[in-house]
Design a binder for this molecule. Structure first.
Ligand SMILES: Nc1ncnc2c1ncn2[C@@H]1O[C@H](COP(=O)(O)OP(=O)(O)O)[C@@H](O)[C@H]1O
Ligand SMILES: [Mg+2]
Length: 221
């Protein structure tokens, strides 16, 4: 098991009462899994992913990555685990406008001291996601589908074991969405687990297990 989530809960205050945006979620992810979670807007999908990505602290529950409880680590140790083992594709556009495509993809490699150079790896990832010809372009010249491919390549630069994707096709046309979903399937077949959340039911046919989220509660379909 690569990722083991137990009893994960995030509470927020609204007006004078407390509500759970994520309410006692249990989830296990193995290498090469392709899991999709569907649910309406506001059901807690992004909150769940942000906790797994380490961007948000849970109210209670635990997250183990490779057998290591990440809440027991220091901020710096947890950042390193995240940067090395988890690739994150945030909702919407997240590429940096003043960097070339190649520099956007290489960026996470340089956030921690590492041996070597990420250029070759970045170029091979750009080929893998279908945009090898755009390495020296700037994001403002590119389409929505091309921008999404950049964020996928960037999320893979440190060879993560788990790829998290938040609504990766919600702003794309159906044909481009299908291409992006096929790309995620290939990535999972190559051994990187994919955990994708979406409000679009049609994208779930690509996964090998499907969950539904409603009012913070995760149910297997
Ligand atoms: N920082 C916050 N403070 C208070 N409520 C929040 C916060 N973030 C999210 N929420 C609420 O938690 C619920 C789940 O949000 P979210 O995880 O973004 O849902 P989804 O991604 O499924 O659309 C929503 O009701 C949202 O308003
Ligand atoms: Mg969301």
């Amino acid at each position: 098991m690569f990722l083991e989530v137990k009893g994960l809960t995030k509470e927020y205050k609204r007006n004078d009462s407390v509500f759970a945006a994520v309410a006692g979620v249990n989830l296990s992810v193995s290498p090469a899994d392709f899991i999709s979670i569907t649910g309406r807007s506001g059901s807690g999908k992004s909150t769940l992913l942000n906790m797994i990505a380490g961007l948000l602290t849970p109210t209670s529950g635990s997250i183990e990555i490779d057998g290591q409880d990440i809440s027991a680590l220091s901020d710096k140790e947890a950042s390193l685990v995240r940067n090395s083992k988890i690739g994150y594709i945030p909702q919407g556009q997240s590429v940096l406008a003043n960097f070339t495509v190649l520099d956007n993809v290489r960026l996470p490699f340089y956030l921690f001291k590492r041996q070597g150079d990420a250029t070759e790896k970045a170029l091979s990832l750009l080929a893998q996601v279908g945009i090898p010809h755009l390495s020296l372009s700037y994001p403002r010249q590119l389409s929505g589908g091309e921008l999404r491919r950049i964020s996928i390549a960037r999320a893979l630069i440190n060879s993560p074991s788990l790829l998290l994707a938040d609504e990766p096709t919600s702003d794309l046309d159906p044909e481009t969405s299908a291409e992006i979903m096929a790309l995620f399937r290939r990535i999972s077949q190559n051994g990187t687990a994919v955990l994708l959340v979406t409000h679009q039911l049609e994208t779930t046919s690509y996964g090998n297990s499907v969950y539904t989220m409603a009012d913070g509660i995760l149910t297997k379909r």
